[in-house]
Design a protein around this ligand. Sequence first.
Ligand SMILES: [Cu+2]
Length: 282
Amino acid sequence: MNSLGLINEFLGQPPNASAHGFQIDHIIEFCHWFMGALFIGWSTFFIFVLIRFRKRRQPAADHAGVRSPISTHLEFSVVLIEAVLLLGFAIPLWAKRVNQFPPGRDALLVHVVAQQFSFNYHLPGPDGQFGRRDVSFVSNSNPLGLDPNDPAGKDDIVTTGELHVPVNRPVIVELSSKDVIHDYFVPDMRIAGDAIPGSLIPIWFTPIKTGTYEVICAQLCGLGHYGMKGTLVVDTPQDYQAWLKERAELAGGTQGTAPSPAPGAQQQNKPPAAAASPSPGG
Ligand SMILES: [Cu+2]
């Protein structure tokens, strides 16, 4: 734990805030100590060779070279060690961490749609169903192209720049992009994934600490790339519900005005009807 904190601080990593992050930190730590040992080993060997085979000591070249089989054995052992590292550790870890998703019912599913130069978020709203999206509906007021005729999309929440998630619940982020390749990177959560036009790429994490964290684009995506940042807020479940409610109200407000005839007409009809019904009754 101590050396881990040390390496993290040395590399400028923010403290980990996700359930799996310690494993990532552990691998980073292990790789750095391993590279350090290799660096010292090879540097020592290099300096030894420079001194041992200097011209004054070895005036004539030896054409026969090394005859002992030790270098062949060494090379085979290196191949063996690397095969064990790859097949025994790297591939199983990848399968467990990257390909094994938490069950859909426990997890919070969020669509992230990247564009030059911001991240848009699409949440399913109270009905738990994502509305249909189509590129032909994309406009300034409808950045994700939500289909105004799809009832499942009526209560959907669309927000840009800031996402809230509850603490201690797995979050599955499904990445896509509207224009070029971006990369959704949350250093504190130790996750990153490319957002590629035409692809849906899921990544997941479980936040374990409440707080406000920085989201950055980690793929050089154009002139405004440096400013492509966002915020991930990890809330207590109560705060998260309050945020959801607030966003749902806002979404309801904008959707009443944006897709023109149907909801607008209903809203205009309601007040007179409400005003009319009490008067005959009372
Ligand atoms: Cu970007």
